[in-house]
Design a protein around this ligand. Structure first.
Ligand code: AMP
Length: 118
């Protein structure tokens, strides 16, 4: 069973911020900003490429609720999901990183010169 499924099953602890029947939002153990939550479906979905539009629709509503609960909805935040090897996905259970609480920087994402690649 994957580590996030274990968090869903309460087999390993997490600092949970919001939960409903289908989704869970908990704090990342290695935050990259003052607020850094992970938002996951309770059912095991490998990554964004595999989620159904129906579940993604419900997940959108849940993510918006989490942003409101964290009072990020007015000032803004960043939402991102890593997909597969090139995307840098380490945990193979779909999760959105919801990051905020400060003015975020935009970073270089690869060592390649974007103007020369492809
Ligand atoms: P990714 O590289 O997109 O797969 O991100 C995985 C994220 O999961 C990383 O930001 C980790 O810090 C985070 N993480 C891994 N294990 C745990 C855990 N047990 N509780 C909370 N966050 C975790």
């Amino acid at each position: 069973m994957c580590i996030f499924c274990k968090i869903v099953n309460k087999e390993i602890p997490a600092n949970i911020e919001l939960e409903n029947d289908d989704f869970l939002a908990f704090h990342d153990i290695n935050p990259i900003a003052p607020i850094h939550l992970l938002i996951i479906p309770k059912v095991h979905v490998q990554n964004f490429q595999e989620i159904s539009p129906e579940l993604m629709s419900k997940m959108t509503t849940f993510i918006q609720e989490v942003a409101k609960k964290m009072r990020l909805d007015k000032d803004g935040y960043r939402l991102l999901t890593n997909i597969g090897e090139n995307g840098g996905q380490e945990v193979m259970h779909l999760h959105f990183h919801l990051v905020g609480g400060a003015k975020l920087k935009w970073v270089h994402l690869s060592d390649l010169n974007p103007k020369e690649a492809i």
